[in-house]
Design a binder for this molecule. Sequence first.
Ligand SMILES: NC(=O)c1ccc[n+]([C@@H]2O[C@H](COP(=O)([O-])OP(=O)(O)OC[C@H]3O[C@@H](n4cnc5c(N)ncnc54)[C@H](O)[C@@H]3O)[C@@H](O)[C@H]2O)c1
Length: 247
Amino acid sequence: MREVAVVTGGARGIGRGCAHALAERGHDLVLVDLLVAEMERTRGELESMGARVLTFEADVADHARAKEIAAAVEREWGRCDALVNNAGKSNPRTILDCTEEEFDRTIAINLKSCFNYIQAFVPLMRKGGGGRIVSMSSLNAHTGGVTSAVSKFAYASAKAGILGMTRALAKELGPEIAVNAVCPGVIETEIGNVLTRSRGAELAKKIALQRVGKPQDVARTVAFLATDQSSFITGQHIIVDGFQWEI
Ligand SMILES: NC(=O)c1ccc[n+]([C@@H]2O[C@H](COP(=O)([O-])OP(=O)(O)OC[C@H]3O[C@@H](n4cnc5c(N)ncnc54)[C@H](O)[C@@H]3O)[C@@H](O)[C@H]2O)c1
């Protein structure tokens, strides 16, 4: 029986890379995203790699929708071995510019989404004897942002919250379920594009590996944490940034 992995924000970018990496390792995929056309394109790619794919149009901030999706996955395939909480969105507002709605929305998309999908899928993982959860944090959780002009404080708050949630849930859900996080640095995707286009060459000079990251760089780490390759690792985060020493 093939293992099943759920990837939120799986339509494009790092999430699409994670779905590819897990399909390569023999998983069937459940994609959850707002972008239907991109998600269908990714579905085609994954099916051509031999994976079965279910797609769900959903806003990850919607708690009830996560439960509906978990129920549908249980009905269709009856198992969930890995959950990748990847969907997220940056918010460049400063503390004095950020409205209450914008703050709440940033926390909802980046942090509450993890609560939504972990709560929804843990029962199904437990039915199958366990599983692995990987949530997408960010280097921002550690640094507060790439420049002081763009602090992204709401985004950094949410991404740092993921690290606390990861440690607490590793204790709560062990030994059956492992819970880890990944903290990408600057990665070339839609979110990262503004930065890589305007400052890519300059940033690369401050990265030990002398380049910005690609979705596959993050996806390989996620696949490691989402499979039994990482059999004795839980409650941790891995920074995938090529070692950006000056930011
Ligand atoms: N690209 C980077 O430099 C970088 C760095 C650190 C962390 N990250 C994190 O990696 C993750 C993926 O980012 P990316 O660079 O691939 O971005 P992206 O914008 O290319 O992809 C994000 C995906 O998530 C989906 N998504 C966003 N909000 C959603 C919502 N409310 N409901 C459902 N789907 C939603 C988008 O539609 C998209 O398919 C995010 O959590 C992001 O914060 C990215």
